[in-house]
Design a protein around this ligand. Structure first.
Ligand SMILES: Nc1ncnc2c1ncn2[C@@H]1O[C@H](COP(=O)(O)OP(=O)(O)O)[C@@H](O)[C@H]1O
Ligand SMILES: [Mg+2]
Length: 444
C-alpha cells in the first residue's frame, strides 16, 4: 500500500493526531496491522518484518526461512494482499465506531426524508471534501429555512467518505421552536467566542482525562494545536446569537485549515473574507408541496397527503417554501381545518402562528431602525419577482439613498432577498415574510 493511500485513512489520521511525524504514524499503522495479521498468518507477518522492517533482501529472507527466492516473492505478494485486507477491516471498524459516537453529537435533524437539497448537498460536500481554501463554509438564511438540517445532512454525508479525526457540533442557540408551535428558551445569555471554543473543546476532549482547572485561554491553545495538526470537522450552529462575532470569526480562522468549519447563521457574513457563503433559498412550489404531502403521510393525514395540488397551493401561497412553516401548518391540520390554520397565519392569530413569527422575526425586527422597518413594511407592495432599488424607493416613499442604506442592513439579515447580477439587483421577500408583514404593524 502506498503511503499516500495510507494518509487518506481515518486509521492513519487518528494515530497521526498523537504522533510526532507523518512517518511515525505510517509506521505505527503498518506495525499494528502486521501484528494483527500475525495472529492469523504468522508466517506472513514474519516475512513482512524481515523484508520491510529489517530490510533483508528476498534472497536473505529466503535462506533464513528455507524458501526459494521466487517463493519469497509469491508469499510476499499474498502477505501484502492480506495485510491490505486487515487494514481495510480496521478502517471499517474505526469508521463505524466513529459514526456511532458522532451520531450522539448530532440533533437528529436530518434523519427524516429531506426535500429539494440534493444538489446543494452534492456541491457542498464536494467543496468540503477538497483540501482547497476556504476552510470555513457558512450556510445563511432566515429562521426555519433549513440551515441546521442542511449542516447535519452534510455531516452525515461526509462522515463515511472523509477522514476527519473527529467532529464537534456546538450551538449558540437561545431558543428553539417545536412543530407543536411552541418556543422553548434554552439559554439565557449569549455565548461568547471563548464560550464556543470551550464547548468545542469539551466535545473533542470528551473521552480524555483533562488536567483540572484549565483556563479557557489554555483550552483554546490546545484546540488550535489539535485542529491544525489533523483535519477535524466543526459545526457552529446559530452564529447570529454569538455575543462577540467579531472575536469569534478570527478565532475560527485561526483554528481552520486543515480542519473545516461549517457555520450556520441567520445573518449573512458577506463582509467577512475567507468564508464560502451558501445562501439557503426557500423551496420552490414543487418541493414545498412534496414536503407537505410527505409530512402529511408521516402524520397520518391521508386526505391531506392525497389532496390535489389546487388544494395545497394556498399553503405555499401563504408561507412559501419555508420548511419549518410548512411542517407547522401540516401539524396544525391535525387540530384545525386547513383554512383556519392559514387564516391564523395570514392574520397573525392563534398562539402557534404568533410563536412562529416571534421565533423567525422578532429579534431581527426589533433590531431594525425606523427607516429599515419602513422599507421592509413596503416590500409586500413589490411584485414577487422583485423590484429594483428605485421601485422600492417609490413604494416606500423614502429617498433612494436612504432605501439603499436600509437594504444594506436588510439583505444581510436575510429579511430581503437580493437577486440578479451585479448591474441589476432586484429585491424581493420570502412569502412567509410577506404574510407576516401584512399583520406586523402592531409590533412596530
Ligand atoms: N430540505 C428539507 N426537507 C424536509 N424538511 C426540512 C428540510 N429543511 C428543513 N426541514 C425541516 O424544517 C424545519 C426547520 O429546519 P432547520 O434546519 O431547523 O432550520 P434553520 O436551522 O434554518 O432554522 C425542521 O423541522 C427541519 O426538519
Ligand atoms: Mg437552526
Amino acid at each position: 500500500m502506498q503511503t499516500s493511500q495510507l494518509s487518506s485513512l481515518l486509521l492513519f489520521q487518528k494515530i497521526r493526531a498523537n504522533s510526532a511525524t507523518e512517518a511515525d504514524a505510517h509506521r505505527q499503522v503498518l506495525d499494528t496491522a502486521v501484528e494483527a495479521l500475525g495472529a492469523v498468518h504468522p508466517s506472513d507477518a514474519r516475512l513482512l518484518q524481515l523484508r520491510f522492517r529489517q530490510g533483508m533482501t528476498a534472497r536473505e529472507a529466503g535462506s533464513l526461512l528455507h524458501l526459494a527466492e521466487s517463493t519469497v516473492y509469491t508469499q510476499q505478494r499474498e502477505a501484502i494482499a492480506r495485510l491490505t485486507a486487515v487494514i481495510e477491516g480496521q478502517e471499517r471498524q474505526i469508521r463505524s465506531t466513529q459514526l456511532a459516537s458522532w451520531e450522539r453529537r448530532l440533533e437528529g435533524l436530518a434523519t427524516a426524508r429531506l426535500v429539494g437539497i440534493d444538489d446543494q448537498l452534492a456541491s457542498l460536500s464536494a467543496r468540503l471534501g477538497s483540501t482547497d481554501p476556504p476552510f470555513v463554509t457558512s450556510i445563511e438564511g432566515i429562521g426555519g429555512i433549513g440551515k441546521s438540517t442542511l449542516a447535519e445532512a452534510l455531516v452525515r454525508r461526509l462522515a463515511p467518505e472523509t477522514a476527519y479525526v473527529d467532529l464537534a457540533w456546538v450551538t449558540a442557540r437561545q431558543q428553539s421552536f417545536n412543530l407543536g408551535g411552541s418556543i422553548r428558551e434554552e439559554r439565557r445569555s449569549l455565548l461568547s467566542a471563548l464560550g464556543i471554543a470551550e464547548l468545542i473543546f469539551d466535545q473533542l476532549w470528551q473521552d480524555e482525562v483533562q488536567p483540572l482547572a484549565l483556563s479557557s485561554g489554555h483550552k483554546l491553545q490546545m484546540l488550535q494545536q489539535r485542529l491544525k495538526q489533523t483535519p477535524h470537522l466543526v459545526v457552529v450552529d446559530n452564529l447570529e446569537t454569538v455575543a462577540d462575532l467579531d472575536q469569534l470569526l478570527p478565532t475560527i480562522h485561526q483554528l481552520a485549515n486543515p480542519s473545516q468549519f461549517i457555520l450556520t447563521s441567520r445573518e449573512s457574513l458577506f463582509s467577512e473574507s475567507g468564508i464560502y457563503h451558501h445562501p439557503l433559498r426557500e423551496l420552490g412550489q414543487v418541493h414545498a408541496l412534496q414536503l407537505v404531502r410527505q409530512e402529511a403521510e408521516e402524520r397520518n393525514l391521508p386526505s391531506l397527503a392525497s389532496a390535489p395540488d389546487d388544494d395545497l397551493v394556498p399553503i405555499y401561497d401563504t408561507v412559501g417554501g419555508n420548511p419549518l412553516a410548512l411542517r407547522l401548518v401540516v401539524g396544525q391540520v391535525h387540530i384545525y381545518p386547513l383554512e383556519h390554520v392559514l387564516n391564523g397565519l395570514r392574520g397573525a392569530r392563534g398562539q402557534s402562528a404568533l410563536n412562529l413569527y416571534t421565533y423567525v422575526y422578532r429579534k431581527a425586527w426589533d433590531s431594525l431602525g425606523e427607516n429599515e422597518q419602513s422599507v421592509l413594511l413596503a416590500m409586500p407592495l413589490i411584485r414577487e419577482q422583485g423590484g429594483e432599488l428605485d421601485d422600492v424607493a417609490a413604494v416606500s416613499g423614502l429617498p433612494p439613498d436612504v432605501v439603499g442604506d436600509a437594504l444594506a442592513t436588510l439583505v444581510p439579515m436575510n429579511l430581503v432577498d437580493a437577486r440578479g447580477d451585479f448591474d441589476q439587483r432586484r429585491y424581493t421577500i420570502h412569502s412567509l415574510t410577506r404574510t407576516f408583514l401584512h399583520e406586523i404593524a402592531h409590533w412596530a
